[in-house]
Every structure is written in structure tokens, then in C-alpha cells.
Ligand binder design. Structure first.
Ligand SMILES: Cc1cc2nc3c(=O)[nH]c(=O)nc-3n(C[C@H](O)[C@H](O)[C@H](O)COP(=O)(O)O)c2cc1C
Length: 205
């Protein structure tokens, strides 16, 4: 199995990174390819909305996304993690999300109908990790929803959403048994989904 984790915080020892690492650590090591990347390290520009991808489903912008496209295309599962920045994902995560637009193939006569190359070769699975400072989940705004809805459009089934509240300074997540426990649960659920789904595919059910 190939699992790719993409972190939308630039704080390498921050709360999002800590919880995403926990999800990844909960997955098996033997026989699994696991990689964690910080989106902010890869110079991802925003989408130009040029529709240069219309015929090819390839983005015309030549930047750090090229490497990430290849990894997303190959991944059996994604783990997306973002801190809440003003009620939504960070700008690094939003740039990544917008640049995935090129992978969506809309029907030319009816754009309410679409598919993705992922869907045609079987669904992927995903987990999201959202973090915010406030105690009320309303202050997390759209962070989790933005990642989940995007993943679903792209053909990844979201099996667990970690929503970690009341974490502010980098490292606070390391002291939160509740958040760490939920991240572990997410990893276990992801592993189970991937393994059971592989079994189903082998049976051609
Ligand atoms: C620009 C910015 C905007 C933020 N907006 C919110 C917010 O809307 N709601 C909230 O609860 N926390 C907000 N926070 C706090 C972060 O979500 C919180 O500190 C989180 O733990 C950071 O995660 P990290 O350690 O992974 O970077 C904001 C922080 C920054 C820097």
C-alpha cells in the first residue's frame, strides 16, 4: 500500500504535523510505502483558472506540484492535515486543493457530471486531520469539510476525520491523549479499509 500524507502547516513540530505523524505511525511499516510531505516546502502556486488542463487533465504550471501530482496519482490513500486559518484550511493546503482541479474530468455537455482518473481505477481512501485553537468546533469553520469534500470529488473515500480542538502552540498535541487517540483510531480505520477493500477486489465482488 502507498499512503501519502500532506501537511498544510509550516510548523514542522506543530500540532497538525504531530497528529498526521500519529496517523502514519499507526499504519504498518512492513510492505507499506509511507511518505509525509509539508506542502509549504514545495512552492505550490495557486490555480490560474486558465483551463489549460481542459483537454489533457495536466496542469500547465511548472512548479512543485509536478512531483506531488505523481505521488497523489499513485497513492492508495491520502492523509490530509491542515491547521485552521480563519475558519478554513491554510493557504498551502488550499493551493494544493485548487491545483487538483486538473484531475477532474467534466462531461462536456453537462458539467454537473464528472469523473476522475482515480475513480476509473478504483476508489482511494483518506483520512483528514484538522486542528484549531478554540474549544468550540464552530471555530474550526470549514477546515474539515473543505478537505473531505475535495477528497470525495477526487475519488477518495474519507473514513475518519480527526478534529482536534483547543491546540495552539506547537507541541501541544503531544500532550493531548484525546487527539493522539483519535489520530491512532484514524490510522487503524484506514488500514482496515484498505486491507478489506483489497480483499473485495480480489474476489471481484
Ligand atoms: C493565520 C492564522 C489564523 C488562525 N485562525 C484560526 C481560527 O479561525 N480558528 C481557530 O480556532 N484557530 C485559528 N488559528 C490557530 C491555529 O489553528 C492553531 O494554533 C493550530 O494549533 C496551529 O496548528 P499547527 O501547530 O499545526 O500549525 C489561526 C492561526 C493562524 C496563524
Amino acid at each position: 500500500m502507498k499512503v501519502l500524507a500532506l501537511v498544510g502547516s509550516r510548523r514542522k513540530e506543530g500540532n497538525t504535523a504531530t497528529l498526521v505523524r500519529k496517523v502514519m505511525d499507526s499504519l504498518p511499516s512492513r510492505g507499506w510505502e509511507k511518505e509525509l510531505m509539508f506542502l509549504g516546502d514545495h512552492g505550490i502556486n495557486g490555480c490560474d483558472g486558465c483551463d489549460g488542463c481542459y483537454d489533457t487533465n495536466e496542469c500547465v504550471i511548472d512548479d512543485g506540484m509536478s512531483e506531488i501530482y505523481a505521488k497523489v496519482d499513485e497513492a492508495d490513500a491520502l492523509v490530509l492535515g491542515s491547521p485552521t486559518y480563519f475558519y478554513n484550511v491554510s493557504s498551502d493546503m488550499k493551493a494544493f486543493i485548487d491545483r487538483m482541479y486538473c484531475r477532474v474530468v467534466f462531461h462536456k455537455d453537462d458539467r454537473s457530471v464528472w469523473t476522475t482518473s482515480r475513480e476509473t481505477r478504483g476508489a482511494g481512501y483518506a483520512v483528514t486531520v484538522s486542528v484549531c485553537e478554540q474549544e468550540d468546533v464552530r471555530d474550526m469553520g470549514f477546515t474539515a469539510d473543505t478537505m473531505r469534500m475535495t477528497l470525495e470529488v477526487l475519488g477518495f473515500r474519507v473514513v475518519h476525520e480527526v478534529k482536534a480542538l483547543h491546540l495552539f502552540s506547537p507541541g501541544e498535541a503531544r500532550g493531548s491523549d484525546a487527539a493522539l487517540g483519535d489520530a491512532t483510531k484514524a490510522g487503524i480505520r484506514l488500514q482496515r479499509s484498505l486491507e478489506l477493500n483489497t480483499g473485495l477486489r480480489r474476489k471481484n465482488v
